[in-house]
Design a protein around this ligand. Structure first.
Ligand SMILES: Cc1cc2nc3c(=O)[nH]c(=O)nc-3n(C[C@H](O)[C@H](O)[C@H](O)COP(=O)(O)OP(=O)(O)OC[C@H]3O[C@@H](n4cnc5c(N)ncnc54)[C@H](O)[C@@H]3O)c2cc1C
Length: 340
C-alpha cells in the first residue's frame, strides 16, 4: 500500500492561515515524488467551511478534527487530538506550517511519538529510487534547513521508523501554486476523545493586530531599509530618497523590532506583502521571510556591499557597494535632475 503523507492545516476563527496552502503545496510535491497518498487535516469546532475549502484542492482525503474542547486553541488539546489522528492514519510524514501555533504544539506532538521535529524547513529533495540525496542509500526524503541566519543550508534526513514530523518556513513554497483536485476530496470526521482534565491552559483574549495606518500595498515605489542602515539617524537619508522618488519608506523586520520605524512599515512574512513597480532594497540581506513580502515587485533594485547577499537572487538590478556612498549619489542626481 502507498505511503501516506498528512498535511495539518491551520485555521483561526474559521479562516485558513495562508501558510496552510504553502504546506499543502509542499505536500502535493512530496506526494507526487513519493507516489504517496495525500491527506489533509484541520482541527477546531464549527470548521466545515475551511475544511471543505481545503478539500477542494488536490488531496486524497480530508479529515475534520472537531471537538468542543478544540474551539479555542490549546497546545494540550491540539497535541492530543492530532496524536489520535496520526495513530489512526499512520502517515510516514506529517507536514505542518511553521506558524506560532505549530511551534507551540508540534514539538509536544512529535515527542509523544518519541520522534524529533525537523522544523523550519525551506525545501526538500527526493532522491531517485535506490539512492539518497545525502549520500546514504535510504532513498528517504531529505529536508533542507537554513543555518547561521541563512548563510548555509543543512540537509536533514529523518532516521528511524515513521511518523516523521516536519514544519515548513513561511515563503518556502508558494501558496498560489496549490493544485486543485479534479473532484473534491472525500471529507471525513475524526472521532477524537478529549476530556477537559487533559487541557492545562485557559486561552485568553485573542491578540489583535494594530490597525494599519500606512497601506504599503498600494505604493508604486518603495524604498526599504535593512540593518545595513546601521543607525536610526541614517534613515533620514532613505526617507529623502523615497520623497524624491515619490515613494514610501519601508523596512526589514529588525528595523521595526528596534523601533526605528513603526511596525506597519515592515515588509515580509510577519509584515506587509507588497508588489510595487519599483522596490529599492538598501542594506537588506534578503532573508526568505523578507523576500516573501516583496518578491512580487515588478522591478527590484538592491544595494548591498556583500556580493553574495541572497537579495541579489531576486534583484533585477544590483549594486554591490556601500549604501552610504550610493544613496547620497542617487539623491544628488535626483536633486540635480529636478532642478535642471
Ligand atoms: C518567524 C520569523 C518571521 C520573520 N518575519 C520577517 C519579516 O516579516 N520581515 C523581515 O524583513 N524579516 C523577518 N524575519 C527576520 C529575517 O529572518 C531576517 O533576520 C531579516 O529579514 C534580516 O533583516 P536585514 O536584511 O535588514 O538584516 P541582515 O540580515 O543583518 O542584513 C543586513 C545587510 O546589510 C548589508 N550591509 C551592511 N552594511 C552595508 C552598507 N554600508 N552598504 C550596503 N549594504 C550593507 C549586509 O551585507 C547585509 O546583507 C523573520 C524571522 C522569523 C524567524
Amino acid at each position: 500500500m502507498a505511503d501516506t503523507i498528512l498535511v495539518i492545516a491551520e485555521q483561526r476563527q474559521g479562516k485558513l492561515h495562508p501558510q496552510s496552502w504553502e504546506t499543502l503545496v509542499a505536500g502535493q510535491q512530496l506526494a507526487e515524488a513519493r507516489k504517496a497518498r495525500l491527506i489533509g487535516a484541520l482541527a477546531g469546532k464549527g470548521i466545515t467551511g475551511p475544511t471543505e475549502e481545503f478539500a477542494a484542492k488536490k488531496l486524497d482525503e480530508m479529515w475534520g478534527v472537531e471537538h468542543n474542547l478544540l474551539e479555542h486553541y490549546t497546545p494540550d488539546g491540539y497535541a492530543a487530538a492530532f496524536r489520535q489522528l496520526v495513530e489512526q492514519l499512520r502517515p510516514v510524514l506529517v507536514l505542518l506550517p511553521h506558524t506560532y501555533q505549530v511551534r507551540d504544539f508540534a514539538p509536544k506532538l512529535a515527542a509523544s511519538f518519541r520522534r524529533g521535529l525537523i522544523s523550519d524547513c525551506v525545501g526538500f529533495s527526493q532522491p531517485a529510487p535506490g539512492g539518497s540525496a545525502s549520500g546514504g542509500d535510504g532513498g528517504q526524503t531529505v529536508f533542507i534547513r537554513q543555518m547561521f541566519q541563512g548563510k548555509t543550508n543543512a540537509d536533514v534526513e529523518p532516521v528511524g521508523a515513521p511518523p516523521h514530523f516536519i514544519t515548513f518556513q513561511a515563503g518556502a513554497f508558494r501558496g498560489d501554486q496549490v493544485k486543485s483536485g479534479d473532484q473534491k476530496a472525500e471529507v471525513r470526521r475524526a472521532e477524537i476523545k478529549l476530556d477537559s482534565g487533559q487541557i492545562r491552559t485557559q486561552p485568553g483574549e485573542l491578540f489583535r493586530e494594530a490597525k494599519q495606518a500606512v497601506d504599503l500595498t498600494q505604493a508604486e515605489i518603495i524604498v526599504s531599509v535593512g540593518r545595513g542602515i546601521k543607525a536610526p539617524e541614517n534613515i533620514e537619508m532613505a526617507k529623502k530618497l523615497a520623497g524624491l522618488l515619490g515613494g514610501e519608506l519601508a523596512a526589514s523586520r529588525p528595523i521595526c523590532d528596534e523601533g526605528w520605524l513603526p511596525m506597519e512599515r515592515q515588509i515580509g512574512s510577519s509584515g506587509q506583502t507588497v508588489a510595487p513597480k519599483l522596490y529599492l532594497a538598501l542594506g537588506i540581506s534578503g532573508a526568505i521571510q523578507h523576500v516573501v513580502g516583496m518578491k512580487g515587485s515588478r522591478t527590484v533594485v538592491a544595494i548591498n556591499k556583500d556580493a553574495h547577499a541572497p537579495i541579489f537572487e531576486v534583484a533585477d538590478y544590483g549594486i554591490v557597494g556601500d549604501l552610504f556612498e550610493v544613496v547620497p549619489a542617487l539623491i544628488e542626481a535626483l536633486e540635480k535632475g529636478s532642478t535642471s
